[in-house]
Each structure stands twice: as C-alpha cells, then as structure tokens.
Design a protein around this ligand. Structure first.
Ligand code: T4K
Length: 396
C-alpha cells in the first residue's frame, strides 16, 4: 500500500509500506511454467541435459543467431568454464566497474584480473585504457556489457587481435540486446549470460555460454558435465555446471514472454525519464533506441554540487521510504577483497571508475513496479533535493 510521498527521514511515514526492490524477478506466465513443471515431474527427468534444457539451448541459439548455446547453473560458473576452455591464464584485463563475479571467475582459477578504467559516457571498459595494462603475461580481455549496453566490440577485437589476446564477453546483463543490428551472444570467442532471478530473463539461477566456435563449444559442453563423453567415459577435466530442468522451464517460459518483459521495462524507463526530467541534478543513463535493448537497469548519476545531497544520502532517503535503490557497482572490484589487498594502488589508474561508482545508483523496475510507483519515487527525490539542507542535517 502506497501512502502520500513524504520524506520519512524527516519524521514522516514511508511512501511504501512494502519494499520495492531492484531486481524483483519477472515471471512471464505462471500457468505455463507450472504446466511445464508438471510435465517435468511426470517424466521424472530433472537434470543432466534433459529435454527442457535442450529446448532452451536451441531456442536461445535461434533467438541470438549464434551457432552454439550451452546452458549452465549460473553465469559465474559459466564464466569460469568459458575462461578455462579458452585457455586463459596469467593476466586478463577486466573492468573494475562490473559485478565482482567477473573478476572472481578469473581469480578463482589463479588468473590475475588486471583492472582497466571505464568510459564515463558508457560505463563500459574504455579501449583507450587497455593497452597500458598489457604485459607479457596477458592472455585475454574479459569485458562486460554493463547495464546491457554493448561494449565497443570491434575496437576490443582489433586490440585483442593485434596484441595476440583472446576476447571474451561477460554478457550477464545483455540478453536481448543488440549491437549494430547483431544480437549480443556472437561476439568475441564466447559470451556468457546470466539468468539469475534478478536478471531480465530469469531461470531462478542459470546462465548460458554462447559461441560460434565449434571446438570451443565441444570443450565447454564436456567441461560443464565433469568431462563425460558417454557412460563411464571421462575424456576431459570438468566440473558440474549443469542447468536443471526446472530452471529451463522457467527460462523457456520467460523467453516466450520476452516481448512483454521488454515492454514493461521500457514503459517504466519512459516513466522515469518523464519523472526525472524536472530534476536537473540527476542524469538518467540512456539506451540507443535504434538497437534492441532490455531496459532492465534504470541507472542514474547524482550530481552532488547541484542536488545538495550526494548519492549515498539519496540512497538513505530512498531506503527510508522502502525504495531499495542499489549502489551497483560501488566501490568497484578493485576496492573489494582479495583485490584491495593484492592491488592497493589499483585505484590510481581508475579515476573514472572511482568517480562514477560514487555517483551512480540503480532504481527499481520490472513487472513488480508500476508507473504510479515510479511517479512517487521521482517525487521523493524531487522533494529530497528541494529540502536538501533539512534532509542533510537529519541524516548527519
Ligand atoms: N557478471 C555480471 C556483470 C553480473 O552482474 C553478475 C550477476 C554475474 C556476472 C554473475 O551472474 P550469476 O552467477 O549470479 O548468474 C545480484 C545478483 O545476485 C547477481 O546475479 C547480479 N549479477 C548482481 C548485479 O545483483 P546482489 O548481491 O546485489 O543480490 P541481492 O541478493 O542483494 O538481490 C538483489 C535484489 O533483488 C534485492 O533487493 C532482493 C531482490 N530479490 C532477489 C532475489 C534473488 C528479489 O526480490 N527476489 C529474489 O528472488 O547480486
């Protein structure tokens, strides 16, 4: 139940009695999901490359127009497997402005993530900042399509080719997005999507590795299932990265509803754009309208100088109103362990990452959020800035 928009931090009632989350899961068609789950139980085939996983893989490959799709239990394991299958070692260049899983997937295998700075206009890895980090130990570049906005893949591919590196892409945010008319999924040596509950397309937990490389695909498929090539025949080192049937049932159902999911996110995005238009101290991250996008992340930058409040203060205001805005990807991977201890001076070469990470926040969207709620959220922020002096002293 929504009450009048007030500033709870100044002693009013929260605007929302139930929390609004960033990443509240989208569920496209409950009945179809339950039907698929019922059939799955009747079949008693719950995991290990079952019919739903096979169908999900085929439908993803068709949708993304990529040769191979291998579903996995989550994107972190997917990244680990793809990195290992591609034989990356030594050092790999990554953004610091990404979810920590991107770096952990390397470090977990004793490969050093080397953090490069972002382009503040896109929040993606800045190609101009990469080459200074290349050493004789560098074997690859692992770039993230942050917020589903594509990385400059041709420039990255050109650097990778010229310097003898492998290019892989963390596409965790980018399902359903395109770059110059081509769906994300077929760039680099391989791309890895996340279907975590909070993602645009969710399968509870899950992910997919996509590639156009036949040899790599075969290796990845083996590695995802302990290296088995048939009963009792292990021909490769492997792990358990398999997706379960119930996850594929959810993934397939959401894939069928993808147009509706984009429409909801886009409607919400436009509502934020309207609501934020009268707040000059907040800049809404834009998406290229000529490309396909999933609009899963509503990202704003707060300009403290004109707002009278900084990002952290605004997040506290919103949380007091039960709007659980998130500070993704603050403070940057390089300021998280073990990287903070391993590379205490990494921040010196990451000025844009440090600046942007302190200004950015992500607002709730998805099926659980209505246009009316967004209007209230924007009203809270407008009021907070108008009364910034009082709010600041209440927070002190
Ligand atoms: N690469 C990138 C660039 C990524 O962003 C991610 C994951 C990965 C790799 C790894 O993918 P996976 O291995 O997860 O497939 C969340 C997600 O757990 C994580 O998947 C995601 N990125 C990251 C951006 O966000 P947290 O630690 O912020 O999650 P948490 O538990 O705070 O949940 C987020 C919000 O969603 C909360 O307000 C609660 C709400 N929520 C969450 C779940 C699970 C719900 O309302 N319902 C739910 O079922 O990491």
């Amino acid at each position: 139940m929504k009450k009048d928009s007030v500033i709870a931090i100044l002693g009013g009632q929260p605007a929302f009695t139930q929390s609004l989350h960033v990443g509240r899961p989208n569920i496209a068609n409950r009945e179809r999901f339950l039907e698929r789950t019922g059939e799955m139980l009747d079949r008693r085939w719950l995991s290990n490359n079952g019919p739903l996983v096979q169908e999900f893989e085929q439908r993803i490959a068709e949708f993304l127009r990529v040769k191979h799709c291998i579903c996995v239990c989550n994107a972190t394991i997917g990244l680990e497997i793809a990195i290992r299958a591609a034989d990356l070692k030594g050092e790999v260049i990554v953004p610091s402005f990404t979810f920590v899983a991107t770096a952990h997937a390397l470090q977990w295998q004793e490969i050093s993530p080397v953090f490069a700075d972002m382009d503040p206009a896109t929040h993606n890895l800045d190609p101009a900042k990469i080459e200074r980090h290349i050493t004789p130990r560098t074997t690859g570049i692992l770039a993230t399509h942050v917020w589903g906005r594509p990385c400059p893949v041709e420039v990255l591919a050109e650097i990778a080719q010229r310097r003898g590196l492998k290019l892989m892409l963390d596409a965790a945010h980018a399902f359903g997005c395109s770059y110059r008319g081509r769906m994300i999924g077929g760039f680099g040596l391989a791309e890895v999507f996340s279907f975590h509950a909070t993602k645009f397309l969710n399968s509870f937990e899950g992910g997919a590795i996509t590639t156009n490389d036949d040899t790599l695909a075969t290796k990845i498929r083996l590695m995802t299932n302990f290296g088995f090539a048939g009963y009792d025949n292990v021909i490769h080192l492997g792990t358990n990265g398999k997706m379960t049937e119930v996850c594929a049932a959810m993934g397939l159902t959401n894939l069928e509803g993808i147009k509706d999911l984009v429409a909801v996110n886009r409607r919400n995005y436009e509502a934020y754009r309207t609501g934020l238009a009268s707040i000059p101290s907040m800049t809404l991250m834009t998406y290229d309208p000529t490309e396909r996008g999933n609009y899963q992340y509503v990202v704003v930058e707060v300009d403290e100088a004109t707002a009278g409040l900084n990002r952290d203060e605004l997040v506290r205001v919103l949380h007091a109103e039960n709007v659980l805005a998130r500070k993704y990807f603050w403070p940057g991977c390089h300021r998280m362990e073990p990287y903070r201890s391993l590379y205490p001076y990494a921040g010196l070469l990451l000025p844009e990452t440090e600046r942007v990470a302190a200004r950015v926040m992500v607002l709730p969207t998805g099926m659980a959020v209505t246009v009316e709620m967004i209007s209230t959220i924007c009203g809270i922020m407008r009021t907070a800035f108008t009364r910034s002096t009082a709010v600041r002293s209440a927070l002190a």
